[in-house]
Design a protein around this ligand. Structure first.
Ligand code: V1P
Ligand code: CA
Ligand code: ZN
Length: 382
């Protein structure tokens, strides 16, 4: 995939449109667009986006959505205007407390898919090696149902598009605290897609799938990998599991591109789950995935967002590190948070104490995955 003649091939591309903020459930819902707004404000305030061209996506069209979703389901999302059915068994998963109907839902969810697709196209056409769309990561959406705050499965649509545009081996890595069930399901019998999810153990967290026994079907046996981790798991243990499983899997699978779902609800302060990572551990995970894409996929890395419900203290810092990682613009954990950002979030979320530095002082200094004779720098070099 060479760069088009006469055009500059950039290392990293950031996909962004203010229309991502239209993906707004109810005021009480944990997935709030402010987490995206605060992230972009922090990245800008640190100068991370200086000289970086933002790629503005358009909404995915019906043909794009039909790669994964059924016509009936798409129509139900388009038609949904008010809560329909009973809260226990709403049709197509629409109208439950997790997925309440909101005005403009079809359009907002289509723009999220458009963002992840724009990232995929930019990489496939050789315009960039890496692209990040923090609006994406809706990994629970099923062919015919909304699930777990997810309406359309942007990563699954983009992977399907890549399969039809020159890619035969795609690795999907999902570090959100929840199981990446929708993406796993979409490609469970497709040997061209390796799905790997790390998540809080299914006996202890919704959606209660992602058991190690789920390994793929038929010709795709072995191309689904699930690594459940127990509540309370901290940076070093989580990273030990990641490094024990993921590099070997990628070395064997030899992907042409790595697609990462970068949910940050693994954080110790996240209100929805019980893992105990810090922003430092999450940063190490992003850097490890980038470096694995460099080693095994000629640098092609498509990163999307996902969960993360600490909207002031966690998501903005974690995803700013994600953007920096894709752009090769390292931000040290000791870096002070700019006062203008602190003032902004104080004005909009006065009840929360904003963080002061870009790290949490996490316990990643202990790096058992380096093994005997390791440098102590693996996954954190550069
Ligand atoms: O636990 C459930 C269902 C609803 N109950 C009947 C069981 N749903 C979860 C859905 C989590 C979705 C996570 C999305 C993502 O992976 C990617 C964007 O992060 C749930 C949870 C939970 N603790 O897992 N819903 C809620 N919490 C919830 C909390 C407050 C208000 C509304 C929903
Ligand atoms: Ca996961
Ligand atoms: Zn999640």
């Amino acid at each position: 995939h060479p760069a088009p003649p006469g055009e500059q091939r950039s290392t990293g591309t950031v996909v962004w449109t203010d229309r991502f903020l239209d993906y707004t459930w109810t005021p009480e819902h944990p997935m709030k667009p402010a987490r995206l707004k605060f992230t972009m404000a922090l990245a800008e305030s640190l100068g991370l986006l200086d000289g970086v061209e933002l790629l503005a996506p358009t909404a995915a069209d019906r043909a794009d959505l039909l790669r994964i979703h059924t016509p009936d389901y798409i129509e139900a999302v388009e038609q949904a205007r008010a809560p329909v059915g009973s809260p226990q068994a709403p049709p197509y998963g629409l109208g439950s407390p997790d997925n309440p109907v909101f005005p403009g839902m079809h359009q907002a969810a289509s723009v999220i898919v458009g963002g992840t697709l724009a990232a995929a196209r930019a990489i496939a056409e050789g315009r960039t090696r890496r692209a990040v769309s923090i609006g994406g990561g809706m990994h629970h959406a099923m062919a015919d149902a909304a699930s777990g705050f997810c309406v359309y499965n942007d990563a699954a649509v983009a992977i399907s598009w890549l399969l039809d545009n020159g890619f035969d081996r795609i690795a999907y890595l999902d570090v959100d605290v929840h199981h990446g069930d929708g993406v796993q399901r979409a490609f469970y019998a497709d040997p061209r897609v390796l799905t790997v999810s790390l998540h809080q153990h299914p006996a202890t967290l919704w959606p209660n799938t992602g058991w190690p026994e789920e390994t793929g079907a038929g010709a795709a046996a072995g191309t689904a990998i699930n690594l459940p981790v127990l509540p309370g798991t901290r940076d070093a243990q989580w990273l030990r599991g990641f490094h024990a499983v993921v590099p070997g899997a990628l070395a064997a699978f030899r992907p042409q591109i790595v697609v990462s779902q970068c949910g940050v609800d693994t954080h110790c302060e996240d209100p929805l789950a019980d893992l105990a990572l810090t922003v430092d551990g999450q940063r190490a995970a992003f850097r490890a995935m980038r470096d694995l894409a460099d080693q095994h996929a000629e640098g092609r890395w498509l990163a999307v967002g996902g969960g993360g419900y600490g909207l002031v203290r966690v998501v903005p810092r974690a995803w700013t590190h994600l953007l920096a990682t894709a752009l090769d613009r390292t931000i040290a954990p000791e870096t002070a948070i700019p006062q203008d950002w602190i003032d902004l979030v104080r004005a909009q979320a006065p009840q929360v104490d904003p963080p002061r530095t870009m790290g949490d002082g996490g316990d990643i200094a202990y790096r058992p995955w380096d093994g005997p004779g390791g440098t102590g720098e693996t996954g954190d070099a550069r």
